[in-house]
Design a protein. Sequence first.
Lengths: 437, 159
Amino acid sequence: MSPTLIGIIGIIIMVIIFMSRMPVAYVMAMVGYIGFSIMISGKGGLNLLSRNIYDVFSSYGLTTIPLFVLMGQLAFNSGISHRLYNTGYKWLGSIRGGLAMATVSACTAFGAVCGSSPATAATMATVGLPEMKRYNYADQLATGSVASGGGLGMIMPPSVVLIVYGILTEQSIGALFVAGIFPAILVTILFIISIYIKCSLAPEQGPPGEKFPLKEKIKSFLGMGETLAVFILVMGGLFIGLFTPTEAAAVGAFGVLFVSIIRRQLTWEAFVNALYETLGTSCMVMMLIAGAVVFGKFLAVTRIPFDIATWVGGFDLPPFIIMAIIVFIYFIGGCFMDALAFVTLTVPIFFPVVMALGYDPIWFGIIIVMVTEMGVITPPVGINVYVVFGVARRVIGEVPLESIFKGIIPFLLAVIAGVIILMIFPQIILLLPNLMY
Amino acid sequence: MFWKTIDWILEKLKIIGAACLVGMTFLTCADVVGRLFLYPIFGSVEIVAFMATLSVAMALPYTHKIRGHVGVEILVRLLSVRTQAIIDICTGILSLCLFGIVTWRMTKYAHTMHKAGELSMNLELPEYVVIYITAFCLFIFILIILQDILNNIKKLKEK
């Protein structure tokens, strides 16, 4: 049997086992181990399995993950989200659909200290939904804006998916982080535009709220102070080369902890909860990387990624068409699988193809994160939709899932528009990383 | 009694893992501050990497127990509870075999490192100790997988 055929059989078996809800990380490690043992030797497979798992666990570069996750969890468990929402509310609340606009802006700001999409959605849903209910916002717009805004947490650095992409493709995490800033701002603006259009067409969706004097509006900026300070410290430190990503993450986590303690907004219980949540999430991410590394070694010996790159390179198609096909695959994959799991699984396959087509690896990283981000709000998986559904039931009463899914449509169109803009104007992504190096 | 002891160990591992997390954060920050004053902490990178290894390894049983790993649920959710339990038993056995092998090889790896007298580069710490602890955490992890399988078998019998 040819190595390519063994590789293809391995991938098919892996996809079949995925459907059994066995953890993706375990399946990748298992198929990778068995495949590698068949291709090389039983002993080689055994060594690969234990050594690679230990190497991933003990890698200093990967310590960035638990530390950034901790920073996000601390921010999640402290009162930062309330103050961010308050700032957006004071500035935008008085215009039609303004509270939904304030919600997505606060999501972007919260994403600057939290790298997880569901955590951002859960936090902002708790804060934003009761306010929007108070001002008679339609459930569709209210829940749709929170679920979609939560996805911005994944694009706005620090982002766990970007860290994992950086590690798997050996790209600078600092460069990936700064590259994510403008796209996150772009998507936020597009979200605001889509809310504006929606509320212009159906004013009952988002009636205007209270108006605040300019003095109070300016004062509300103080509420953003600590988030801005931590973000500037972390990103600025990375940008000028003062910190390594691990150090930036530790300083960020410490910064959020410090602010929360000073403001007396982090209880001991919430702190312990943040630590345990961080442990669970970090372990999940590290296991995914370990699984992807083992699976990647198997793929490498089958030479499938290189064969695909050569095969695709032989097509008489313009590179952007091939790129569009790859992006479409990520979109579909993201709908059925967790974004992180899908990225870890597919990057070893598609990355060589994209490089052979001559695209920039940093640009590709941001594009796939944006595309898979759509998966957090689209059925059938749509994790953010389920998170918002759960939070809504607790804070404003039951909102049907169909309503939330309908509510995300304008935002989905906005993300699609964002991806197209970024594909046409890659400079938006590459401007900051190019300044960095 | 046996499973209560395992759960107790799982809780303790979780607490030590969380402590390692706090330790990593403070040590890295102290190193950054020390570096600003030209007094970096020697070997901090090694200690942080060891603490990170321990925190992830110690979180393994806990993460499995709380079903913290990502899986594709869409198809299985459509099946009956009984069929779901059967599928979970099968995947549990596969996981048990996989991590049984990982535990065995990790212990062997620690033993090889121990025999070779390998020490860390800067502080000359015995890395094999960390590998042995990782192997122990993996052992508790496979017991938690086993517990999961037994619970599913029980569920199946009750139906």
